[in-house]
Design a protein around this ligand. Structure first.
Ligand code: PMP
Length: 391
């Protein structure tokens, strides 16, 4: 059957194309290593969230395969019906222990964890104070909740204080922030946020997606890095841990409430047990093999140093996210295409993921990158930057 055409759809697609905001899917034809096959060409990945290189670690693959043999490939239902296996419960205990929290709850993705936690906890009469550069899933969680959301300027503690003062009579107040901002790689000032939260009797919800397995002496995340405590830490297994799924960790009663109220927990099919088992193995490896985090940190420093030497201005950060600001969306797409010709895969990040005029290449470093890989990235940036008049 031939479907009708819709002029309003065509118009919107054309508009996206005109503004350089049209999105193409790229096809990856091999497993997640430092180099991958993309549409017939081998390229060095410099934009993956697989920070520790664990997504294709043989030990995780063996563990997942073993559990798939025993438990199958689908969980068959919500955690609250037929989907809750021994593996899900083991992962909740494992992530709570890793995060040094009383309890944890596992969701099917980090996105669903953020949306579920915020909409379940923040009620009518409450106020959410949300950093303006928070991840889309935190923003969507705020939109789904019945609370009033006040957006404070990015990591601006004076603005946060002002807004807490305005919200002082609200029933409950929740400060919601990424710990590592996903497109900038900078950190939220958690010690200052904690001070304000204590002063104004507010709860802190932190999204530790890019900090888990990365920050802190043992990779436990931002609370270990800053030595502070927060009320709820949310995270994902899809970045440094290398698998799939999301979690929230906190006190027993908070987790109990989430199990009863978070709609993205109740109405979502549970993760497949094989993937859950692989996440447990991954956390074990992160705790036992400090060399992984050390290699990641050494590589972050090397790439930052080399980019600075060739004239790129990047912010020093302890995270593997190194944004290279280009500005205009179309120019950023052209920059990314040129990088591809140099054998580097690092897609353009454009609005609405980042603000208008702040398009960028979001470079990321992996523990498994070799010195030669890092050199290859900076060489490609040098050539492309010179060609395009960026440096
Ligand atoms: N929070 C942040 C800060 C993220 O960067 C992401 C992933 N892009 C998520 C949450 C969502 O996690 P997931 O991909 O597991 O849904």
């Amino acid at each position: 059957m031939i479907k009708p055409t819709y002029s309003w759809v065509d118009q919107q697609i054309n508009d996206l194309k005109k503004r350089g905001l049209y999105r193409h899917l790229r096809t990856i034809e091999s497993g997640p290593a430092s180099t991958v096959e993309i549409e017939g060409k081998e390229m060095l990945i410099a934009s993956s969230n697989n920070y520790l290189g664990l997504a294709a670690d043989q030990r995780l693959i063996m563990e997942a395969s073993k559990v798939v043999q025993q438990f199958g490939v689908g969980s068959t239902g919500s955690r609250l019906t037929t989907g809750n296996s021994t593996w899900h419960e083991k992962l909740e205990k494992r992530i709570a222990a890793f995060k040094k929290e009383e309890a944890a709850i596992v969701f099917s993705s980090g996105y669903l964890a953020n949306v579920g936690v915020i909409s379940a906890l923040a009620q009518d009469g409450d106020v959410i104070l949300s950093d303006e550069l928070n991840h889309a899933s935190l923003i969507d969680g705020c939109r789904l909740s019945k609370a009033n959301t006040m957006v404070y300027r990015h990591v601006d503690m004076n603005d946060l204080k002002k807004k807490l003062q305005l919200a002082r009579n609200a029933q409950n107040k929740f400060i919601v922030t990424d710990s590592v901002f996903s497109m900038d790689g900078n950190l939220a000032p958690l010690p200052e946020i904690k001070e304000l939260a204590d002063q104004y009797n507010a709860f802190i919800i932190v999204d530790d997606a890019h900090a888990t397995g990365v920050l802190g002496e043992n990779g436990r995340g931002s609370t270990e890095h800053f030595h502070v405590e927060v009320d709820i830490t949310i995270g994902t297994f899809s970045k440094a841990i290398g698998t799939e799924g999301g979690f929230a960790a906190g006190s027993f009663p908070i987790i109990e409430l989430l199990r009863n109220k978070a709609r993205s927990f109740i109405f979502q099919t549970a993760l497949p047990p094989g993937s859950v088992a692989a996440a447990i193995k991954s956390i074990d490896i992160i705790e036992q093999e400090k060399s992984l985090i050390h290699s990641l940190r050494a590589n972050i420093e090397k790439l930052q140093k080399q980019l600075a030497e060739i004239g790129f201005v990047t912010m020093p950060t302890p995270t593997p996210i190194i944004p290279v600001l280009i500005g205009e969306a179309q120019k950023t797409v052209a920059f990314s295409k040129q990088l591809e010709r140099e054998g580097i895969f690092a897609p353009a990040i454009r609005p609405p993921t980042v603000p208008e005029g702040k398009s960028r290449i979001r470079l990321t470093v992996m523990a498994s990158h070799t010195d030669k890989h890092i050199q290859q990235v900076s060489q490609a940036f040098y050539t492309t930057g010179k060609n395009m008049g960026v440096i």
